[in-house]
Design a binder for this molecule. Structure first.
Ligand code: NAG
Length: 369
């Protein structure tokens, strides 16, 4: 398509005797647009890198020598403590789920969460929950855990305000019971995650058994976000909890990936900082911890998080995470994505380009295209 377009340009140019008319300029413009669509992810990465703050961590906090050990009693439900020792997973995905979202968990088990071997690596998926206030739900969770063996339940009330505790509980569990995993992905239960695309990306990025991408903290980076000072908002954060004008750059909490060393360093930082009340949102809190230990977030255009990404088979084959996916959509998309052979390089490029452009335009105009 591109080649043919260029050829037409050349022929027209030749006919006009090489005059610099409007046509060649237009042709060039169309060609540039096509290139931009094909490589939209590179452009996004570049633009993001320009916007990210360059400063390193402030390092004002004195880090503890060691992290307090995780105690089994902190968990009400969990799979066998040997689950990782047996599986030796390369990637563990921990899905942050609310007790009532059973349908979302089942959709994940029936789709991407059901994968055990991806690109030659062992992967496992578990769900991280707190305690429901409803005793009926609590009983159902015990039942679900017995049936599926993939729930980790921390000893705290499962509420929006306690999401940061949930993440800390997740990190503590992974440290103690899954030190075998090279990478930990934290994913929300309304996210269409794609372990295969992630592992592909990590290889491109330079993950080899030797270099474990030391301090990886990968996702969609949010830059220069100001704290919400409106006391009526559920995102409200007081001056006492966070005094700065903007948070350090952080990865969107919908899905992010940490390497094993990052899990340890972030846990150290979290143990060192005094937990303010109310707690900042969990992704902001991770960003603060990362800054404390000098870990910089890595932006990947393959993580959605902001604008919704419209479904495209080849596009979704390349995306690592797509936010706001309903359980029914997850099942439908997953079946469609795997209904045919993987898309060719060019198909992925064009599909990704168009779905990204649609997502950004839709975001700009304020509705889904
Ligand atoms: C967070 O969990 C703790 C422990 O269960 C509980 O005491 C507290 O009320 C919860 N906080 C909120 C805001 O839900």
């Amino acid at each position: 398509m591109v080649i043919r377009g260029l050829w037409v340009c050349k022929v027209r140019l030749a006919k006009r005797g090489g005059y610099l008319g409007l046509l060649p300029v237009l042709c060039l413009l169309v060609f540039a647009c096509l290139l931009a669509v094909l490589f939209v992810d590179y452009i996004e990465s570049w633009v993001t890198s320009l916007g990210m703050s360059r400063g390193v961590g402030t390092h004002r906090v004195v880090l503890p020598q060691r992290i307090p050990p995780t105690r089994s009693e902190e968990y009400l439900l969990m799979p066998s403590p040997l689950v990782c020792q047996r599986a030796k997973p390369y990637l563990i995905t921990m899905v942050i789920s609310a007790p009532a979202n059973r349908k979302a968990r089942q959709a994940i088990r029936d789709t991407w969460g059901g994968e055990v071997q991806v690109r030659g690596h062992r992967v496992i998926t578990l769900f991280m929950l707190g305690q429901p206030s409803d005793p009926v739900l609590a009983k159902e969770l015990v039942e679900e855990s017995r049936e599926r063996g993939d729930l980790v339940q921390g000893r705290f009330l499962d509420s929006y305000a306690n999401l940061t505790l949930k993440t800390l509980s997740m990190l503590a569990w992974a440290r103690r019971f899954c030190p075998q995993a090279h990478f930990l992905a934290k994913v929300d239960d309304d996210v269409m995650f794609n372990p295969s695309a992630l592992l592909h990306y990590l290889v491109l990025y330079g993950a080899t058994p030797e270099s474990e991408l030391a301090d990886l903290y990968l996702g969609r980076v949010h830059m220069r976000v100001s704290p919400n000072r409106n006391p009526a908002s559920k995102h409200f954060l007081s001056e006492a909890a966070f005094g700065g004008a903007a948070f350090p750059d952080y990865c969107s909490g919908t899905a992010y990936v940490l390497s094993r060393p990052s899990v340890l360093k972030l846990s150290l930082a979290a143990a060192a900082v005094h937990l303010p009340k109310p707690l900042p949102p969990e992704d902001v809190f991770m960003g603060l911890c990362a800054q404390t230990v000098g870990i910089k977030p890595n932006h990947s255009p393959f993580f959605s998080g902001g604008p919704p990404v419209p479904y495209g088979r080849c596009c979704y084959q390349a995306m690592v995470s797509v936010h706001h996916t309903k359980p029914e959509e997850m099942l439908r998309y997953w079946a469609d994505m795997h209904s045919t052979a993987p898309c060719s390089w060019l198909r992925v490029r064009t599909s990704l380009g168009f779905c990204k452009v649609r997502a950004h335009l839709g975001n700009l105009l304020g509705f889904a295209l």
